[in-house]
Design a protein around this ligand. Structure first.
Ligand SMILES: Cc1ncc(COP(=O)(O)O)c(C=O)c1O
Length: 428
């Protein structure tokens, strides 16, 4: 019997790997930041030297292979300063995939531009060059390409279309830190790469973000945009000096990262590649096992990806694999078997409860323009992906081979008992 109906679960009493992970080194870094009394980049430097948020920006740029990195408060803030640095504002349109967290769309609204939602590939949930082409207009200025869950957009195709149309490309790598396409790290293919470093992400700082770029000009603009029109002093601050200088060249706002957060991130960054390697080992085992279960397959990864970064591991199922049960039922049954969350992707943005711009006066007008532009637009790829992809958090892949065996056993059990699940339309 399925655990959801009172049967014995596949796994009981054995914990899954905890997330986020930290140890004495993290504690020491955090305590050192606390004791430094330099809790903010805006505050003076009692002992001199660079702020931790500046050091993290530099370290993260090195990690991605970009020339420059800017630490910010959130991935959402990184998106806003990226758009502003590129000069995007009122009247401009920015193409955003329908299958993503709400921030790429809301960031476009926050800079006064119009988000144009486009459909995505049904198997990867990522936008494609073809989808971009269907949405181009004389007002299109940029594309926000989101590398989703455990795969990446086809950067070759996307760059061809953005290049040919003279559009700026912002890569949203919030779910793909360190993923590589043909030897090069994602985030460096467009003008700017943005990253969320929230608590759930593979590089976790609690509430944090970063932006990377190869352009000195965009870097300097983003510095000012994120720190109320202030950039760094040319020299390292001496004891008692401030590190930010008022340039006023570009009007900014405050999206600064706290020094305490930067201390945690400087520690976490050193763990990221080992964690990626561990997840990849588990992902390969999972893929080998999925090949033996009818109807199931991993979310595909484009061939040029030579290192994938798993944020949420995606398992696709052919329609009918779980009978007539909706994905919510399948996910609930698997969660009950495993004691860790298995879940469907969030609703795509065209029907997301998180995207309600008409409820905010400052967004309402642009949103009605976006709605006009979207008339007749359909999102079958996003809807298919939403209804036929099961996700697990990346921490599930940080454990042992036996964890993967449990996952596979649960998938096969729920599939074999699919007739016991409630069919679509019979849910209360
Ligand atoms: C693709 C994507 N973009 C942007 C964000 C926003 O990041 P934050 O929550 O740090 O603002 C997220 C967060 O989940 C995300 O997944």
């Amino acid at each position: 019997m399925l655990a959801i109906h009172g049967g014995t679960p596949v796994r009981a009493g054995r914990a899954w790997p905890a997330w986020p992970q930290y140890d004495e080194r993290t504690e020491a870094e955090l305590l050192a930041a606390l004791r430094s009394q330099r809790w903010s980049v805006s505050w003076y430097s009692p002992r001199g030297g660079k702020s931790r948020e500046r050091l993290f920006g530099e370290a993260f740029a090195r990690y991605t292979g970009a020339a420059h990195g800017v630490s910010v408060d959130h991935g959402s803030g990184a998106l806003v300063i990226a758009l502003e640095a590129l000069g995007i504002g009122p009247g401009d349109e920015v193409i955003v995939p329908a299958m993503t967290w709400v921030a790429p769309a809301s960031a476009v609204l926050r800079v006064g531009a119009i988000p144009i939602l486009v459909d995505v590939d049904p198997e990867t949930g990522c936008l494609t060059a073809e989808h971009i082409r269907t949405a181009l207009s004389a007002r299109t200025k940029a594309v926000i390409a989101v590398h989703l869950a455990c795969t990446t957009v086809r950067l070759d195709e996307i760059r061809t279309v953005t290049g040919a149309s003279g559009l700026a490309l912002i890569e949203d790598c919030s779910q793909a830190h360190g993923s590589r396409w043909a030897g090069r790290t994602v985030g460096t293919f467009g003008e700017i790469g943005v990253f969320s470093l929230g608590a759930a992400k593979t590089l976790a700082g609690g509430e944090a973000g970063a932006a990377v770029t190869d352009s000195r000009e965009l870097y300097e603009r983003m510095l000012m945009l994120r720190a109320d029109s202030r950039g760094y002093t040319r020299h390292e601050p001496a004891a008692g000096e401030y590190e930010l200088v008022e340039t006023g060249a570009v009007m900014g706002a405050n999206y600064c990262m706290s020094e305490l957060t930067a201390a945690v991130l400087l520690d976490q960054l050193q763990r990221l590649d080992d964690q990626h390697a561990r997840r990849e080992t588990r992902a390969k085992e999972l893929e080998a096992g999925l090949a033996g279960i009818p109807g199931l397959a991993p979310v595909p990864v484009p061939a040029p990806v030579d290192r994938r970064a798993v944020y949420e591991y995606g398992i696709r199922f052919r329609p009918g694999t779980f009978g007539a049960a909706p994905i919510e039922q399948v996910a609930a049954a698997l969660t009950a078997e495993l004691g860790t969350r298995v879940y469907p992707p969030r609703d795509p943005l065209h029907r997301s409860a998180l995207l309600r711009p008409h409820t905010k006066p400052r967004f309402a007008q642009n949103w009605s323009r976006a709605a006009e532009r979207a008339t007749g637009r359909r999102y079958p790829g996003a809807d298919h992906y939403r209804a036929h992809t099961l996700l697990v958090h990346h921490s599930v892949l940080l454990g042992e081979r036996t964890d993967i065996e449990d996952l596979l056993t649960a998938l096969d059990k729920v599939r074999a008992h699919a007739a016991d699940l409630l069919a679509e339309g019979t849910l209360a």
